[in-house]
Design a protein around this ligand. Structure first.
Ligand SMILES: *Cc1c(COP(=O)(O)O)cnc(C)c1O
Length: 354
């Protein structure tokens, strides 16, 4: 079995997807599954699709192309504001994109007319997180301009919170979005069926905290890791172990816990500090910072503790772990989002399915 590897349990993933879809449906919402953390791998996307999501969304056009190629049957949304240099690809590959600039909407409209396709757009609104989006007082005017463009359909508005600014989605914030949607319908004369209320950080508002009029959430981490993302609380009933990292022990020795010699900078320019715990049983596993973000993984073996990593080696204190561990043994880890994302795109980490 190749190592290191990330194992994806597809049945557990489908369970999480179904759970999130059902709790959203109970509140009148549909779910766009966000595929960027796993580079839109079609098998993984399919397992999520089996849970009842109605759209796929991704930030990168390469991933949208991968989903298009896989022909899974769901519409595709480009979630990062399109670059002007990619509008031709965007209208060819994606059914919808999220926009905040009239210049970009015009370019999409022209590209769509040229390609003979109809392209939907979601107008992004900034409700204070200070990443993408039009300022609320400008939303209706911008919507009118976009609605008038012949090649695109202004299909919805959306907001993204809890990303750059960490602003928590609340009933009040989302009500503002619902009100803006209503103002656009009345003043720009469009149906605007989609009101996309945010990401996994909104899941804590279910079942009762979501205002009427929000029609969709865009969910990545909540489905993949089974947690909402405000406090990273588990979603009741969700699997927290869809993904598992396997690493192999390549050295196992008893050594002191404090290095011997004068301490300077490590590989990454930090000056390390050490606590003297005496002689410890230290396993080196064949994984490091070049493989994935090792700061965001947690040992699954009871008693194992990560004590450091360089580019290619990670050191785990297994003094208090199972005595049966030896050279060639597998140490397993749970992955937080940053480790999952970097691991699943790493050419050095094998991808396996259960
Ligand atoms: C990544 C992303 C999401 C999904 O975020 P999660 O926290 O993984 O649910 C939703 N919307 C946009 C615009 C994104 O870029």
């Amino acid at each position: 079995m190749p190592c290191p590897a990330i194992f994806t349990n597809l049945a557990k993933l489908t369970h999480n997807s179904k759970l999130v879809v059902e709790s959203c449906q109970a509140a009148g919402l549909s779910v766009m599954a966000v595929t960027k953390a796993f580079c839109a791998d079609p098998k993984t996307a399919q397992a999520i699709q089996a849970g009842g999501v109605t759209w796929f969304g991704d930030s990168r056009i390469q991933n949208i192309a991968r989903l298009k190629e896989a022909n899974l049957g769901l519409p595709l949304c480009l979630m990062r504001l399109p670059m002007l240099s990619e509008v031709d690809e965007v209208v060819r590959l994606a059914d919808m994109s999220q926009v905040s600039e009239v210049i970009t909407a015009k370019a999409l409209s022209e590209a769509a007319l040229k390609a003979g396709v109809r392209h939907k757009v979601t107008l992004m609104v900034d409700l204070g997180d200070l990443r993408e989006g039009v300022w609320p007082r400008d939303v209706v005017a911008v919507a009118k301009e976009m609605a008038a463009l012949p090649g695109i359909e202004l299909h919805g508005i959306g907001v993204n919170l809890a990303c750059y600014g960490g602003v928590i989605p609340t009933h009040e914030k989302l009500s503002e979005l619902v009100n803006l949607a209503q103002a656009i319908r009345e003043q720009a004369g469009v149906a605007l069926p989609l009101v996309s209320g945010g990401n996994s950080a909104n899941l804590h508002l279910l079942p009762n905290g979501m205002p009427k009029g929000i029609t969709q959430l865009r969910v990545g981490e909540g489905i993949l890791l089974g947690r909402e993302t405000i406090a990273r609380e588990p979603i009741p009933g969700a699997n927290l172990d869809v993904f598992t990292l396997h690493t192999e022990i390549i050295e196992l020795k008893e050594k002191p816990s404090v290095p011997i010699g004068k301490i300077g900078q490590d590989t990454f320019g930090n000056t390390p500090v050490f606590k003297d715990k005496g002689i410890r049983k230290r396993a080196i596993v064949a994984i490091g910072r070049q493989d994935l973000n090792v700061d965001c993984i947690d040992p699954l073996d009871a008693g194992a503790e990560i004590i450091g990593a360089s580019s290619d080696h990670m050191i785990v204190d297994i003094t208090d772990a199972s005595p049966s561990l030896g050279i060639g043994s597998i140490l397993k880890f749970n992955l937080q989002y940053a480790a999952l994302m970097t691991g699943l795109m790493s050419p050095y980490v094998s991808k396996e399915y259960i």
